[in-house]
Design a protein around this ligand. Sequence first.
Ligand code: SF4
Ligand SMILES: [Zn+2]
Ligand SMILES: [Zn+2]
Length: 306
Amino acid sequence: MNCCNEKPVIALYSGEKLCKSHFTEYFENKVFKTIRQFELLDKEENLGVALSGGKDSLTVLHILNRLSQQNPKIKTNAIAIDEGIQNYRDKTLEKAKEFCNKNNIKLDIFSYKEEFGLTLDEMLKILDVKPCNICGIFRRYLLNKKSKELKLTKLATGHNLDDECQSILMNQIKNSIEASARLGPKVGIAQDDKFVQRIKPLYLCTEKEVTTYAFISGLLDEFNECPNVSQSFRAKVRDMLNELENKFPGTKYSIVNSFLQTLPLLKQKFKDGAIKVCIKCNEPSANDVCNACVYLEKLRKRVVVN
Ligand code: SF4
Ligand SMILES: [Zn+2]
Ligand SMILES: [Zn+2]
């Protein structure tokens, strides 16, 4: 079924086909509804958006920036991490800078090279680890640390419904239920001032919807993918879910919707888990020494030995 006489740009899983203007309205309403339904924003915010220059983060920044323009009590800034991935991050960061310049958004960029002494590409030559494991640990570490220094009240990320669905399944497969308790549109189990609260305004939007929105809104004109992504467990789960979704449309929504019903119970179950502070860097950690410091120590030892 078509929405009107205009040419459709997308077919939703319900079978409905939407034209550019009806899809834009549908998509933006869904994001605003997500923000209201899960109370992602307070009346006043000094928001940060974790910007990679890819379709998801540009979309979330574009929408939150429009919200800021309508409501001056919600300030929106961008924060980007340069992991040092040649032929990939350099390109997406150009997009990020271009977008922020054009829209007058303050952008702070922090790099692994400056903060840790090595780029991700250099780290991967030294350590035999899965790229996404080490990359994710250092990125989360820097985002949290820098968001606190910048006095951001919340940090919005571009995670979409597909990302959440993958995380839920990955945690099930690895039997990491406590990690699932930290998922959801508002990340974390309990609020703690060691963490800047992370929020996911695109939580209910599928990857296909975000990609379509980013392209028809002129936020992106080419698709860049990290060269390391194919090595990740996430990519395998992603392909499996896409196959299931093709055969059984609505699978991803069903997984996330049923997860949302159990999420309050999971958060309740793990609410008393104390958040420690790393004895080396003072950042939050599940153990005495955080994962970032463990890897930094390994890298230092290898660099010295070589
Ligand atoms: S795909 Fe993996 S290595 Fe590439 S940016 Fe993402 S987490 Fe880092
Ligand atoms: Zn229409
Ligand atoms: Zn540490």
